[in-house]
Design a protein around this ligand. Sequence first.
Ligand code: CA
Length: 394
Amino acid sequence: MLLLEHHGLTDAGRVRKNNEDSLLVGEGRDETLFVVADGIGGFEAGEVASSIAVDVLKDLGPSDSLEDAIREANRRILAAARGDERFHGMGTTVVAMRFGGTGEEPVAQISHVGDSRAYLLRGGELKPVTEDHSLVAELVRSGDLTRAQASEHPQKNLITRALGADAEVDVDTVVLPVEPGDRLLLCSDGLSDMVPEPGMLEILASYPENSERAARALVVAALEAGGADNVTVVVVDVREEDPPAEEPHRGDTQELRAILPEETHAPRPKTPRDGSLRGKKHAASRPKRRLGRLERTMAGLVRVVAVLLVLAALLTPFYLWGSSRYFLGFDGNEVVVYRGLPYAPWGLELNEEVRRTGLEEADVEERFRDDVESHKLYSSEEQAEAVVRDLEAG
Ligand code: CA
């Protein structure tokens, strides 16, 4: 029998006043469900969006579809945004993980939208489980950027998918077979931007058997690295149950759950999670829940939903935010003002020409040349035009 030991925490960080991240750490109807959501939007709108996502997921029953619940959260966020001007344009990322399968073949189902991540620590290696839905991740896939360049990139926080962006949302799901000794991590970009993966691995490996200390150490590392954003982490350890009657270690907010093989219902073809995991502390007082059987084919199957991300990028307001950026570049010999972003993933230009300035490369002073060549981004056309005036004045 397997147990889950877990700990989650969030911190506003050292720069931001509000904490727009929300999390769920086993306190929903499905006690094996863990969620991190990272809200986007001015004033307190980001907070509202991420907490709507968590509230919807809190109600998810053990045999309900996780992807459907995420789509429902998307609809609720859109409805809330329509109903109140202050919440216009709000959105959130989400990464949600729950456990199921059978006693012999336990699995974690992980669904996500945006750039909040899941990682698996197994055998001393930290492996990403999710792929970011972000512009830089797209540019890495298309070969325009290396992973190292992406992590330093000024537009690394520009996401191409979010809840609250569009009436329909594509959710990516992975079903991961798990085993005793596995440690799973969910985090917002406030961790992954501040602490590079080798640092995350070192911390996770330094506190085995103690999810609370590991989670705290990760948050502390993000704060010590500058704490530029809200930081949220959830650490879940998959354990073999200790011999009978032994209460394994418990932290302050940790609860223990068992993955119990039981009688089966009719199979449920599309629901990766058909196992019922129960809180150990309630085991004696609760009637046994029945379990459906996870289809054998699902147990080992890792399903990544393939999506045309560039298309998604073009269709969401998050790309439109990007398209309101301006930059200068040389076209042939001439300085040109562009709107958009200076990339062409999969050969698809993310920018358009605004105007040709008539300024020649030879006229551009050395000190300005770099900004033109590196396509420095400006947030308005006026800013870009002010730079053109500087170039003209020499
Ligand atoms: Ca964030």
